[in-house]
Design a protein around this ligand. Structure first.
Ligand code: DUC
Ligand code: ZN
Ligand code: ZN
Length: 466
């Protein structure tokens, strides 16, 4: 009888802290040993020449969410988690949206139903709070936080989601009292409305003007306002999907003053640019890049790298928010062609987050491989309460592991994404470094671009303290 069910042998084990040549011994779903020359396991995987890293945790994805411009999302839990595994991830954190006027508890339960038995990788939920009335703030939210739903997102824009400043302060106050983390979408509602009306009057309705309608000043103002509210309420806050220099500098300013602000940036803010939204001669293909905040200029990519290098950002996420391009739900549907404001707002990207960060970050010498692990896995686990079950390679952690070929050159194509959308905005991008195997709780879930896991292999990860 062997001591280990599985030994991953001969690889370079990388955590947020260390890089060591070692074998990894697994029993059942757990890592039990990380050491040199482990005895033979019942099964063996040869990882010679590969990096052995914690599976990616993407703490910002949207699956089967009824919002952001109306039409049906291109991914539910099955295809979204398939794509996640293809890209080296083992856990995703999508959002349970409270439709305006609905019960928060019922919204969370409905989202569980949507996910139950469908997921191929593990998942936990954030909530989206759109109703900040006293029942929600004094009863539903505290009870749900106590049940382990310890993070929630609020919006400073969108007709059906925006909260006013008093409501934001109410949410922050409740979150402080009950110890939850508030994620904030920082773009100013009225400023975007003003710009949208002005552009439409001038006949500027192509997808390109989506970006023009929400310039960095709009994000900068909202970021500063959110930070000021966090300071006033004494609440912890995560500013999500930060797109460029101006909001990044607001966050750095806050952090230097000791205001407890965390920040996230995403793949598109170091790899897509404002001009991508122009498409070919301002046609509707620019819709393929419509997301919010919009991609900025190349100079902003450098500002985002500066923020990553200097610790302004703790997490790097995909903000996977997939819509179709073709068809009546697609980004060029009839209504969307009348104005950028109707183009379904979001892009797919859960499969490319890790490869693009590795290629642009590690391979180009901007970050270390340990920082890569922190930004794609460990920090997500620590911040959102999945640690020490997820997010590292050490005895006691779930055997969620990605084997990574640091030298593999890949051209990103739609086929490799394995998502539900009918396109990828990253088509044709060349990357160096690619996941060759993803293991979920000790079982091989993806090998050589083939997803082997089936529906139901992924499970809900409760964040209740055990
Ligand atoms: N916010 C997100 O987090 N994702 C997609 C669109 C949006 O506004
Ligand atoms: Zn958002
Ligand atoms: Zn998002």
């Amino acid at each position: 009888m062997q001591e280990y069910d599985l030994v991953i042998r001969g690889g370079t084990v990388v955590t947020a802290a260390d890089t060591v040549l070692a074998d990894v011994g697994i029993v059942g779903e757990k890592i039990v040993a990380v050491a040199l020359d482990l005895p033979r396991g019942a099964e063996e995987i040869d990882a010679t020449g590969l990096l052995v890293m914690p599976g990616g945790i993407d703490s910002h994805v949207h699956l089967a969410q009824p919002s952001f411009g109306g039409p049906k999302m291109a991914d539910g839990f099955e295809t979204g988690t398939r794509s996640a595994l293809a890209g080296g991830n083992t856990t995703v954190m999508p959002f349970a949206l409270q439709p305006r006027g609905a019960s928060l508890r019922e919204s969370v339960m409905a989202y569980h139903k949507e996910a139950d038995g469908q997921a191929l990788c593990d998942y936990a939920f954030h909530m989206i709070v759109t109703n900040a009335d006293s029942t929600v703030l004094e009863q539903e939210l505290p009870a749900l936080i106590a049940d382990g739903y310890t993070s929630l997102k609020i919006f400073m824009t969108y007709e059906d989601m925006v909260l006013n400043d008093r409501e934001i302060l109410g949410v922050l106050d409740s979150a402080r009292r009950h110890n939850a983390l508030v994620m904030v979408h920082c773009e100013g509602y009225d400023a975007i409305r003003y710009m949208t009306e002005r552009l439409e009057l001038e006949g500027k309705t192509a997808p390109y003007y989506h970006g023009v309608s929400r310039p960095q000043s709009v994000e900068r103002e909202a970021t500063h306002r959110a930070i000021s509210h966090a300071e006033l309420a004494g609440a912890r806050m995560m500013i999500v999907h930060v797109s460029g220099r101006e909001p990044m500098e607001q966050i750095r300013w806050a952090q230097q003053r000791g205001i407890p602000i965390l920040a996230e940036t995403c793949t598109q803010y170091v790899s897509l640019e404002a001009d991508d939204l122009a498409g070919l001669n301002m046609d509707e293909s620019g819709g393929k890049y419509v997301c919010s905040p919009p991609p900025r200029e190349k100079a902003d990519w450098e500002a985002i790298w500066e923020g990553i290098r200097t610790g302004v950002f703790q997490t790097f996420s995909s903000d996977h928010c997939p819509f179709f391009y073709e068809g009546e739900d697609g980004k060029k549907n009839a209504k969307a062609r009348t104005s950028f404001k109707w183009v379904p707002n979001g892009i797919p990207g859960v499969a490319v987050r890790m490869p693009i960060l590795f290629s642009e970050g590690v391979r180009k010498g901007r970050i270390t491989v340990n920082e890569f692990v922190a930004l794609t896995s460990t920090n997500h686990a620590r911040i959102y309460g999945l640690y020490p079950r997820k997010g590292s390679i050490a005895p006691g952690f779930d055997a969620d592991i990605v084997l990574w070929d640091a030298d593999r050159e890949v051209t990103i194509t739609q086929d490799l994404m394995q998502h539900g959308a009918d396109y990828t905005p990253y088509e044709g991008m060349e990357v160096t470094g690619w996941p060759v195997m993803t293991m979920l709780r000790g079982r091989v879930a993806m090998r050589d671009d083939k997803v082997l896991a089936s529906r139901g292999n992924g499970g809900f990860i409760s964040r209740t303290e055990e």
